[in-house]
Design a protein. Sequence first.
Length: 202
Amino acid sequence: MRLNQYAQRYRVSEDEALNRMNLQSELALLSEELVKNEREHIGGIWFEHEPEFKYVVAITGNEEQIRAYFDDQSLSDIVEIVRVDISLSELQELLEFTSQITADFETNHSSAISQKSQVIEIRTVSLSNCLEEFEATVDVFCSQESHLLEEHIVVIEDETLDDLSSTAQIFAGHAITDCTSGWNVTRYGQRYGSTAGHCPNS
């Protein structure tokens, strides 16, 4: 997003927009360090842009241990630490498990982690059909697994979702010519493949 676009969207001055963008770049590096060192204790990391600018760290572990990363930073005023009951690594494992159990669904769908909501979102063009398939699948698992699935998975109707059977699926980290593929993205009902930050615009 360009500087003037950010300023207009969040109704701030361009100076404030530039300051926030610089902070995001600085905090992105810190996020990598946090996830690398505290993988089992981090539930998610995200930015909030309104009503005020915040860097939110969701944790399952010791708050003092995580807050120590910000002691020598001029960032503590914008950092908010919240406690959650499942780590990001557990959510990633749950996403893989969800992908396995939904692989044979007849209903078109896609799934992804929502760090802020602490859930796996399954998006589908047909909510009733997908829910029926999902509930039938959950019934075959033990009570502990079923509770985890029911607690941390939501099924959402998404009319903009394309017919996945006729759309090529692109996965992040694959080599494409002299570049690297990023995640699938959807905008105004159209699906695109993103690319890595080091890629040329061509």
